[in-house]
Design a protein around this ligand. Structure first.
Ligand code: MGD
Ligand code: MGD
Ligand code: SF4
Ligand code: MO
Length: 714
């Protein structure tokens, strides 16, 4: 029977496109019809992932009962929720009794609602009293987040609404490919170009985004930092820097100005492969207008020097006087549905709700007060995502792990090793919609609700807090992560501190985060509905929210010019940082002569746990392909569609080659959306950024060999 439509947002990426879900007459096909809604970000547009998302609601692979196995080598059997949760609670407690409190831990995800992210952080600190929590956002946003905090005193991916892109005169995208990863966002870029805006793209591939732009800079992977410093060198040389802005709004310029002297154009061309003439053109365009944006993506950030690279681009933005100016500044494009909120409410090893620091005594006291525990009961900061995974099942490592909303057996770096560590656990619990590659390794699998079956909030790429609304009932046997965590807390003797109602949890989150950097105190579900989302920070119910983060003119916003605070740093100024180029953690050599970079394709999402089960998307893109330049292909003796064996010091994978002259001839690109012998992360380098602990997903040394299906080495 057709019912009334519900407006909500897409389950996938951080654009969080508005969509309308209308119940369909039963019969073949999905239970809901999905159409684009007229939301300020997507204006009715949806990509093929959003459009096909309802296919997964009543999917035959959907988990609808908890699964347990009695021994590691036994098959799964269905269990009741009581049996499964007892087993989890007992396993967590046993590990803590034998090895100490930090031996029980949780690995979370940036795709879940704010309420779930908050509940997960609180569960680990209050119910388990463990330091062991981190999440997949460490593999996503951590470098840009770290740089944003250091330079601006705040980490909100975009400091302005998405639609501002249409009003910028110049936009530089560095390692970001929205044409494939956020197709509906392209309308804002297109609107800018129609006004005459100039767009530049920095990417080792000539992507669909680059094809739509005016200038393409095609660096060797892992050399963006040198490129940014080289552009700043040219800006100084041609007197294009904004000295008034620098003097009024920043600190640290003199040292950076000195440091970039070493990045003379010929040297930068040698490091990056970008011709001097193109750098000259780029810097003139960037300085030609004040409405200039520099937008960063994972291409620049997922490196062992990702946070310094982000700082180098911020230096350039500050020197040109951009952040805070209208339709201008530096931003990073968050990726996962709640990549923004996922990092604000306490899933990160060192963070408490409101983007507070777990090491800060005042923050601990505030949050402990809201949680009804003593500050001393809260653990200290734990270790980052890959460090946690690397130590699973070892002395000092986690022995009983819950994985909530991440498919790390496919998406973590160096996955062959990660899978081995997962197998070494005393207890692995995975909550998911499907039996993902990670769930296949578990002792207990918990079936969870998905987007159209739940209420809650998500925070999109702009820092706009949105409502996720329930449109259908979840299948019998499925529970939400909120209820699972509350129930487990009860079994661990801490039930009084937890609730499973999303609205109650949101109201508590507002109190716990009040006064913090990511202040949601004034945001209510009613306001979100009435105002089509509210931008944080929003410290009080009569505060209008903050679509644009940095102040352009000095003053307090009420016309009184007094404070001179442009940025939320202690002195109100943005900070320059001296950062220097260094080589990628692994360079090509005789044994591994090429560079491998990884990323996304348009039809598939992340580890593919969802999109590889969606018929429309599998039809669009049935299998992965590694992009190879025709010159390199000729040298390797591989033809278009032929099998290629890729090997690094960590592992191997095989994929079909797709010949394309859009990629550098010294580099190949492979997507990470597949498992099995196509798990590209079996090859990636877990070298970590010292500040953000981000792994080097975007470059490592690889050996390539044409292979046939019969090849015995495969
Ligand atoms: N279709 C689809 N959309 C998605 C996702 C998905 O999985 N599929 N995931 C979502 C998530 S979580 C995220 S984080 C975003 C990611 O969105 P993006 O950051 O745009 O995606 P990536 O493909 O990882 O990387 C972007 C580009 O970086 C380039 N690159 C590789 N190495 C380098 C380098 O060293 N320097 C530079 N400058 N560029 C380099 C790649 O060629 C690629 O085109 O997408 C979101 N949207
Ligand atoms: N080589 C390489 N590797 C990468 C990257 C790269 O560019 N290159 N990018 C990295 C980045 S940016 C990211 S964000 C990560 C993402 O990688 P993953 O963390 O693996 O992301 P997903 O595949 O979205 O995994 C989410 C899982 O949770 C399930 N799920 C969805 N919603 C819910 C829910 O509400 N509750 C629960 N319990 N489960 C749910 C889904 O079915 C799926 O199995 O990958 C990283 N890995
Ligand atoms: S762009 Fe992102 S949010 Fe929009 S429909 Fe596609 S996957 Fe969903
Ligand atoms: Mo991401």
């Amino acid at each position: 029977m057709a019912g009334s439509p519900t407006t909500t947002h897409c389950p996938y990426c951080s654009l969080q496109c508005g969509m309308t879900l209308t119940p369909r007459e039963q019969g073949a096909g999905p239970v809901l019809e999905v159409t684009g809604a007229d939301f300020p970000t997507n204006r009715g547009g949806l990509c093929e992932k959003g459009l096909s998302s309802a296919e997964l609601l009543a999917h035959p692979d959907r988990l609808t009962t908890p699964l347990v196995r009695d021994r590691r080598d036994a098959a799964f059997r269905a269990a009741t929720w009581d049996e499964a949760l007892d087993r989890v609670a007992t396993g967590l407690r046993d590990a803590q009794e034998r090895y100490g409190p930090d031996a029980a831990g949780l690995f979370g995800g940036g795709g879940v609602t704010n309420e779930k992210a908050y509940q997960a952080g609180k569960f680990v600190r209050v119910a388990l009293r463990s330091a062991s929590i981190d999440y997949n956002g460490r593999f996503c946003m951590s470098s840009a987040a770290n740089a944003g905090m250091r330079a601006f005193g705040i980490d909100r991916g975009m400091p302005f609404p998405l639609a501002d892109i249409a009003r910028a005169d110049t936009v530089l995208l560095v390692g970001s490919n929205p044409a494939d990863v956020m197709p509906p966002a392209m309308r804002w870029f297109a609107a800018g170009r129609e006004r005459g805006a100039q767009h530049l793209v920095v990417d080792p591939r000539y992507t669909a985004t680059a094809a739509a732009a005016d200038v393409h800079l095609q660096p060797v992977p892992g050399t963006d930092l040198a490129l940014a410093n080289g552009l700043l060198h040219l800006a100084v040389k041609h007197r294009l820097v904004d000295t008034t802005y620098i003097a009024e709004r920043t600190t640290g310029w003199a040292a950076v100005k000195r440091a970039v002297r070493q990045y003379w154009p010929d040297r930068v061309e040698r490091i990056t492969g970008v011709p001097v003439a193109i750098m000259e053109r780029a810097v003139r365009l960037l300085a030609a207008s004040r409405a200039t944006m520099i937008l960063s993506g994972r291409g620049a950030e997922q490196h062992a020097k990702g946070s310094d690279t982000a700082l180098a681009w911020i230096n350039l933005a500050l020197a040109l006087g951009l952040p805070g100016r209208p339709f201008s500044g530096w931003a990073t494009m968050t990726g996962q549905g709640n990549g923004q909120g996922g990092r604000e409410h306490g899933q990160k090893a060192d963070q408490l709700p409101g983007y507070r620091s777990l090491a800060d005594p005042a923050a601990r006291a505030h949050v402990a007060g809201v949680w009804g525990v003593e500050p001393d009961e809260l653990p200290q900061p734990g270790v980052s995502a890959y460090e946690m995974l690397d130590r699973l099942g070892t002395d000092g490592g986690v022995r009983a792990l819950m994985v909530m909303a991440s498919n790390i057996a496919v998406s973590a770096p160096n996955t062959a090793h990660v899978r081995e560590r997962l197998r070494a656990l005393d207890l692995l619990v995975v909550s998911d919609l499907f039996l993902s590659e990670t769930a296949e390794l578990a002792d207990v699998v918990l079936p969870t609700t998905q987007w159209a079956e739940e209420d809650g909030t998500m925070t999109n790429v702009e820092g706009r807090v949105l409502r996720r609304r329930r449109a259908v009932d979840a299948p019998d046997g499925v529970r939400s992560d909120l209820a699972v965590l509350a129930d487990l807390a009860a079994r661990l003797g801490r039930g009084a501190h937890f609730d499973d109602d999303p609205r109650t949890v949101f109201d508590e989150l507002r109190r716990a985060g009040a006064g913090g950097t990511a202040d949601y105190a004034g945001i209510t579900w009613e306001r979100i509905e009435a105002e089509r989302g509210v931008f944080w920070p929003c410290p009080a119910e009569d505060h209008e929210g903050t679509p644009r983060l940095f102040r352009d003119e000095p003053g307090d916003g009420a016309g009184r010019s007094s404070t001179q605070r442009y940025f939320p740093t202690p002195d109100g100024r943005a900070r320059f940082h001296v950062v220097h180029h260094r080589d990628a953690a692994e360079l090509p050599d005789a044994a591994y002569p090429y560079r491998l970079t990884t990323g996304r394709t348009r039809a598939h999402y992340q580890s593919g746990a969802q999109t590889r089960r969606t018929k429309a998307l599998v039809d669009a893109e049935p299998e992965p392909a590694v992009e190879v330049h025709p010159d390199l292909a000729a040298r390797l003796g591989v033809s278009d569609g032929g099998d290629l064996l890729l090997r690094t010091r960590r592992g191997q994978a095989r994929m079909r080659a797709r010949l394309t002259s859009t990629i550098r001839p010294d580099t190949v690109f492979a997507p990470f959306h597949w498992g099995g012998e196509q798990t590209i992360n079996d090859l990636t380098n877990p070298a970590l950024d010292p500040a953000s602990r981000m792994p080097e997903f975007k470059v490592c040394a690889v050996a390539l060999e044409a292979a046939t299906k019969e090849d015995p080495t495969a």
